[in-house]
Design a protein around this ligand. Structure first.
Ligand code: TRP
Length: 370
């Protein structure tokens, strides 16, 4: 955590404050020996570490380091997990003086008796300079059952004033998360995450519902990102698309996120696509190459990402897969696109390089080449 903060350009004082914050949010689990097995089968990361880091990268600025954590990990039951999560978020609200009202209004929806999984509450902190993080809370639309998740999301959106938002969403296979920005955000978002099994690049490019269609990301840009992250050769992919033979991502599903910041238009103002790169690459060396190529496209310096991987682990990227769990491309109206990279803790386990063949059929282009 301290090394990652340093790699992201935070001061020693901010880093120390954030390390304390994360330890406090995790509670007893943070004191638990890593020689013991994981406290439970947390869905937060593949090896069940209840902590995942990520970088949001933009041109010409320090990256923002974020940390996703599960405060209720190891609580014994999912119900208790959720209660612990709520308590920890409310403690943060007290400490930093923000309101949890929007979360409180949804409590009965996402924290029923006998909740179902795969999570109860996760919390993400954006570790901005100054020692006071921006806080995000992730809730489980399937808490009252997978079959009720659409209704749960609809009701949650309605209570927050987003009456038409559900019908603005594209089709997906499952509602995965319902997320709220809490605290000091310029434009706090309400976000809905969808899973898409067997998705093609063309389908991915059609998922954004931002604005009237003109303000959102261009479809060609989404396709390019999809192929680059999945390791598809773009020329081959174009020919295949013409033949109707497009490659689909058939292992772990791609995710999309739709962010709402106002209630007037009924439309989202943000769209993010997440590619679970770890299921589509033999090792992290290749994932890093892909990430560097994507960052090059957007004029972003890859050095902080390279430094962050070295801060997170002493292993070489080629020696495992899953250190980078997802690559994301985020578009928020009125802001430059952001590339996000999710960095696993690997506190319990490193997944060995996979036998999955590289999806790449020809050498990848170097960033900058056209
Ligand atoms: N581990 C879960 C997954 O792979 C949840 C998750 C953690 C996630 N970090 C994420 C999902 C980043 C999307 C993006 O789905």
């Amino acid at each position: 955590m301290l090394r990652l903060c340093e790699a992201a350009g935070l001061t020693g004082a901010d880093s120390a404050a954030y390390a304390r914050t994360v330890l406090a949010a995790l509670g007893p689990v943070a004191q638990r020996s890593l020689d013991l097995p994981p406290p439970d089968d947390s869905f937060l990361s593949d090896d069940h570490t209840p902590v995942e880091f990520s970088l949001a990268l933009v041109p010409d600025a320090d990256p923002t380091l974020r940390v996703l954590l599960e405060p209720g990990c190891g609580a014994g039951s999912l119900e208790e997990n959720g209660r612990t999560g709520l308590r920890v978020v409310r403690e943060m609200a007290q400490r930093w003086g923000f309101s949890t009202q929007r979360l409180d209004e949804l409590e009965d929806l996402f924290f029923p008796p006998n909740p179902e999984g795969p999570l109860a509450l996760w919390c993400a902190l954006e570790l901005v300079p100054g020692g006071v993080p921006r806080v995000k809370v992730y809730l489980n639309p399937a808490a009252s059952g997978q079959e009720r998740s659409a209704a749960t999301v609809r009701e949650a959106l309605r209570r927050l004033g987003h009456h038409q938002a559900l019908s603005a969403l594209p089709e997906g296979d499952r509602h995965l998360f319902f997320a709220l920005d809490l605290g000091d955000w310029e434009e706090p978002r309400v976000k809905v995450y969808l899973a898409h099994h067997d998705l093609s690049a063309t389908e991915a490019a059609g998922l954004s519902r931002v604005g009237d269609g003109s303000g959102g990301p261009a479809q060609a840009e989404i396709k390019r990102f999809f192929h680059a992250a999945a390791g598809h050769d773009t020329d081959v992919a174009d020919i295949e698309a013409g033949d109707g033979q497009e490659q689909r991502l058939g292992r772990r599903p791609v995710q999309s996120c739709h962010a709402f910041t106002e209630t007037a238009t009924g439309r989202p103002s943000g769209f993010t696509l997440y590619i679970p790169v770890r299921d589509y690459a033999p090792h992290d060396g290749e994932v890093l190459d892909r990430a560097v190529a994507v960052l090059g496209r957007y004029g972003v310096d890859p050095a902080p990402l390279v430094r962050s991987l070295a801060a997170a682990t002493s292993r070489r990227p080629e020696d495992g897969v899953g250190l980078i769990a997802y690559l994301g491309l985020a578009h928020q109206q009125g802001r430059p696109p952001r590339v996000t990279a999710y960095i696993s803790s690997e506190a319990y386990e490193v997944k060995p390089p996979a036998a999955v063949p590289s999806q790449r059929r020809a050498p990848v282009r170097v960033s900058g080449a056209s």
